[in-house]
Write a new protein. Structure first.
Length: 212
């Protein structure tokens, strides 16, 4: 795993990120999640109707030989599995939510941005920790530029950090995340569902269930 080469690739990819909406309306939103088990990566993708958040479809994919886990390089480990899960879907998604960062990344290319570029889809990153930037009045700034938002989605819970991934404006990222929260969950519903389903599937497989 050549980290210097991966950094070069990240800078190249970051230059291709578009922070402009590619959609006129949103009818479906996908949520993604990954879980590790027995040295493998299990990827889950769900597609929900918007704004009802009704689950339309779910798919899983197992990647048997993922790259090692390295901070700031998670996309290289998980995106291959997520792309294969997306390829199994019958339903299309207008927008994709990823439980990771978008442009709120030290090189401007978190998993959500990386996934958006690979799939040529509109993406948004939602992280539970601020790993880059400074918060000022609800905005996350990097060199005085707005790169995302700190959003309180649930009373008495820590905020989440929202940033556009690709083919997504700052304003639409904030609006879509806010409109996808379903009480009493902290995370947007597509991400909540994907996380719950991938954990359940990983447990089943570790307990002797059939492979995906």
């Amino acid at each position: 795993m050549d980290l210097l080469e991966l950094k070069r690739e990240q800078y190249k990819l970051a230059s291709r990120v578009i922070l402009r909406d590619s959609f006129s309306s949103v009818k479906t939103i996908a949520g993604t999640a990954c879980a590790e088990f027995q040295g493998k990566i299990l990827a889950c993708v769900v597609v929900c109707e918007f704004p009802s958040m009704a689950l339309k479809e779910k798919k899983f994919y197992v990647l048997s030989d993922p790259l090692p886990c390295r901070q700031d390089f998670v996309a290289f480990r998980e995106v291959p599995a997520l792309v294969e899960a997306f390829n199994l879907l019958d339903e299309d998604a207008d927008v994709i939510f990823a439980h990771s960062s978008g442009i709120l990344h030290s090189r401007g290319i978190g998993l959500a941005s990386h996934l958006g570029l690979v799939l040529n889809k509109s993406t948004i990153g939602v992280d539970e920790k601020l790993v880059f930037g400074l918060v000022s009045n609800g905005k996350v700034l990097v060199d005085n530029d707005i790169k995302g938002f700190e959003v309180k989605t649930k009373e008495f819970a820590y905020p989440v950090y929202v940033s556009p991934g690709h083919l997504m404006s700052l304003g639409s990222a904030l609006r879509l995340i806010t409109e996808s929260i379903k009480y009493p969950h902290k995370m947007p519903e597509p991400l909540h569902l994907a996380h719950k389903l991938v954990k359940k599937k990983a447990r089943e497989m570790m307990n002797g269930g059939k492979d995906v």
